[in-house]
Design a protein around this ligand. Structure first.
Ligand code: NAP
Length: 285
């Protein structure tokens, strides 16, 4: 069994981005990312701080815009519209989830698709689904990059994606279909989950339920990708982060597996930096 080391790979990609940023700066372009945070959700604050740190290390200009939890949708749209017109900003990211008074879809559609480094705008979602991707959501993009790094080609594989969120599962399904894997899609209403997961050569799980995938649900020799990040508040793993896969019992059955932490998570930020660089390059084309 090989552990798919997303942490090391993310460091390698960050170093690549740093070098590429140096090159692009020679042409007078300083890649810039604006991150908007509405409210004071502690998890969101941690993610935003981590994104800022990674930008600084890579030489990418980063601007954080903090708005009150009761900020109106109009104010947020106004802010995004200004950033759309700001030539020093190539990537705009609105940290989700947003407070209830704000329509998330409306906000995502306000971002200029060319600055949509999260890849959530319907224009970019559409481009991915027709097999002509531009800016692709960071987590599934990071998963494809992990597979590539370890010479795992999903073409022709029986893949199973569990979880169909717009952020993880759906773009993952499109990326795998574009790569010509045969994809089975599972969600909360799937009748017999094990029936599907246990047939998969490549199993990708982003559900948000600790250890929802147990040993008996995984095929011998499968490649297993765990997107879940669950902070445990009780039991054996109290205070620790665990994934959606029962790693301890599943890992000995697989050919490859991502750990939690240190698997998919670090790749998400690395791909955000990559997307920012891509957006900066697109701005001069
Ligand atoms: P989400 O929006 O809540 O989506 C969860 C998905 O899981 C939904 O499609 C849901 O189905 C499905 N689901 C729920 N219960 C299920 C069950 N018992 N069996 C099968 N499917 C089930 O979550 P998300 O934003 O995609 O995040 C999922 C997990 O990934 C979370 O732990 C999150 O923290 C983590 N995550 C990690 C990263 C990273 O960088 N590593 C990035 C994003 C998310 P329905 O659609 O039918 O409700």
């Amino acid at each position: 069994m090989t552990i798919l080391d997303g942490k090391s790979l993310s460091n390698k990609i960050k170093e690549e981005v740093k070098q590429e940023t140096k090159e692009i700066k020679k042409n007078g372009i300083i890649p810039g990312l604006a991150v908007i945070l509405v409210g004071d959700n502690p998890a969101s604050q941690t993610y935003v701080a981590s994104k800022e740190r990674s930008c600084i290390t890579a030489g990418i200009f980063s601007e954080k815009i903090a708005m009150n939890i009761d900020a109106s949708q109009e104010r947020l749209i106004d802010k995004i519209t200004k950033l759309n017109e700001d030539n020093s900003i190539h990537g705009i990211l609105v940290q989700l989830p947003l407070p209830k008074q704000i329509d998330t879809n409306k906000i995502l559609e306000t971002i200029n698709p060319k600055k949509d480094v999260d890849g959530f705008h319907m224009f970019n979602v559409g481009k991915l689904s027709i097999g002509n991707p531009s800016l692709v959501p960071c987590t599934p993009l990071g998963i494809m990059r992990i597979l590539k790094e370890y010479d795992i080609n999903p073409t022709g594989m029986d893949a199973c994606v569990v979880g169909v969120s717009n952020i993880v599962g759906k773009p993952m399904i499109n990326l795998l279909t574009n790569a010509r894997a045969t994809v089975t899609i599972c969600h909360s209403k799937t009748k017999n989950l094990k029936n599907h997961t246990s047939k998969a050569d490549l199993l990708i799980v982003g559900v948000g339920i600790p250890h929802v995938i147990t040993e008996d649900m995984v095929k011998n020799g499968a490649i297993v990708i765990d997107v879940g990040i669950n902070k445990m508040t009780c039991g054996k793993y109290k205070g620790k982060l665990v994934g959606d896969i029962d790693y301890e019992n599943v890992s000995h059955k697989c050919s490859y597996i991502t750990p939690v932490p240190g698997g998919v998570g670090p790749m998400t930020i690395a791909m955000l930096l990559k997307n920012t660089l891509t957006a900066a390059r697109m701005s001069v084309k």
